[in-house]
Structure formats: C-alpha cells, structure tokens
Design a protein around this ligand. Structure first.
Ligand code: NAP
Length: 244
C-alpha cells in the first residue's frame, strides 16, 4: 500500500489513517483465519483497524498485533490506530467503562485510539457511506463541526448479510471504471488503497472528472445497512433502521 494520508481526530494524539481495515466478516470465519488476515493487513501496510466487541474480532486482532510486534512488522503499538465500539447491550452510563476495559483486555492493549457508540448509529460518526448513500447533509454538518466521519460499507457491503450488490453491480460505476481501465471496486475503495498502475507513483487520488462525478451524484440514494435482518425486527432496531 502507498503512503496513506492521515487526518486529526479530536484531541487524539495519533492521527487517523484515512484507509482502514474492517474486521467484521460475513459469513463468519475462524478466529485463526481472522488473525492471519489482520497480520497480512499489517504486512501490507494497514495501520488503522476497525473492530468491535460484537464482531468477535478484538481477540484475533490483539493476537495479530502482538505477533506483528514480535516479528518486527511494527516497532510499537503507537504506530496503529485502533477503533472499537460500544455494543448495544452496554449502552448505559455505568456499563461504558467496563465495556472499554473488556475491549482492551480482548485486544491486549492499554488504550484505544477511538471508541465509537456502535448503536444507536445516530450518535456515532461511523456511518454507511458509498455512492448510493452519500450522506451529503451529514458530511457538511461534520465538516462544519470539524468531526471526522468513518465510512463503512464503501462497496455497499457486497456479498455480506447486511449489504447488497447495488454498488458493485451498478452500471454507471461499471462504465466509469471501464472507461478508465479500472474495476468497479477500484472506483469504490480499492483505487484509494492501491493507487495507479504498476510502476506509476502510488497516490490516493481518485481519477474522476466532473461529468462522472455528476453521474454518481445522481444515483438514487437509499440506506442499505439495516439491523433488523441481523437482530430481528424489534422496536428500537426498526426505529434505527428507519433513520436517514
Ligand atoms: N459501525 C457499523 O455499524 C458497521 C456496519 C457495517 C460495517 N462496519 C465496518 O466497516 C467494515 C467494512 O464494511 P463492509 O464489509 O460492509 O464493506 P464493503 O467494502 O462495502 O463490503 C465488503 C464486501 O465487498 C467485497 N469486496 C471487497 N473487495 C472487492 C473487490 N475488489 N471486488 C469485488 N468485491 C469486493 C467483499 O467480498 P469478499 O469478502 O467475498 O471479497 C466483501 O464481502 C466492516 O468490516 C466493519 O469493520 C461497521
């Protein structure tokens, strides 16, 4: 991976690399397979990891970090930016600190760089964002307030329980990518990660012109990541799913 730009996040001393590795896997895989994937991620230059108690990825990520330190892939834990999240069952004042302690124990770490409220999503700057859910109002609001947003499901959660094929199967994106000799996924997040063609300087610029942007702007907007299929159609879950 090329050099990944970093953005400041609140009072956090470590800036956040703009590309992060998600750790929620669907369909589920073994803890050992997760650990290998995270270790591979570190080998390939990922320094920002998005984990959560509910993903059952904190422990394997902690093991991967410990091994990366042992192998000398990173010199110190401070090189990493680790996000975890407050689970739904812990969303009460007196449970927040115990939840953080549990995440730290799972990760074998002494601190987290960012701790998000997983649900309700309306309180968290970690949101679904992709060409079909561009979140323009939220982006403007956060920009004005100096809040960094973490975009999840940039490819629409293709091939996952919580997502669908809207982004990866979109003809507008396919045509734009084809005209540039790229793949649709590259026009999602991969282009950002891998830079340009072999041999060219790696950078993080998305090569896209005004007309193409306009086409993407006009794609029908609809939130896709819904909780009801995962948690069941209960009152609060349906209320959160109905939010825009
Ligand atoms: N805060 C929240 O509530 C929340 C909700 C959802 C997600 N997240 C976080 O965001 C992370 C990413 O979300 P996501 O998994 O929905 O993201 P995504 O990148 O939109 O979707 C991932 C899917 O895209 C497919 N994919 C990746 N690269 C591809 C390529 N080059 N060509 C074709 N398909 C490709 C993968 O399929 P294969 O696996 O088959 O390669 C995978 O199933 C999660 O791991 C989690 O950390 C947070």
């Amino acid at each position: 991976m090329g050099v990944v730009p970093e953005l400041p996040v609140g009072s956090c001393s470590r800036a956040m690399p703009v590309i992060g590795m998600g750790t929620s896997v669907d369909p589920p895989i073994s803890a050992e397979a997760k650990k290998s994937a995270f270790l591979e991620g570190i080998k390939n230059g990922y320094r920002h990891f998005d984990t959560a108690f509910i993903y059952a990825s904190e422990q394997p990520l902690g093991e991967a970090i410990a091994e990366a330190l042992q192998l000398g892939l990173i010199k110190s834990r401070d090189e990493l930016f680790i996000t975890s999240k407050l689970g739904f069952d812990f969303a009460e004042r007196h449970l927040v600190v115990p939840a953080i302690k549990m995440s730290l124990q799972n990760l074998q770490l002494e601190y987290l760089d960012l701790f998000l409220i997983h649900w309700p999503l309306r309180l968290s700057p970690g949101v679904e964002m992709n060409p079909f859910w561009q979140q323009k109002d939220l982006r403007e609001f956060c920009k004005a307030k100096g809040i960094q947003i973490t975009a999840y499901s940039p490819l629409g959660g293709s091939r996952t329980q919580w997502g669908d094929d809207r982004v990866m199967g979109c003809d507008v994106l396919k045509d734009i990518a084809k005209a540039k000799g790229k793949t649709t996924a590259q026009y999602g997040s991969k282009e950002l990660q891998q830079g340009q063609n072999e041999g060219e300087p790696r950078n993080l610029r998305l090569v896209i012109d005004y007309e193409e942007l306009n086409k993407i702007d006009q794609l029908p907007q609809r939130k896709r990541v819904l909780l009801a299929p995962l948690l069941g159609p209960h009152g609060l879950v349906l209320e959160i799913d109905a939010e825009i």
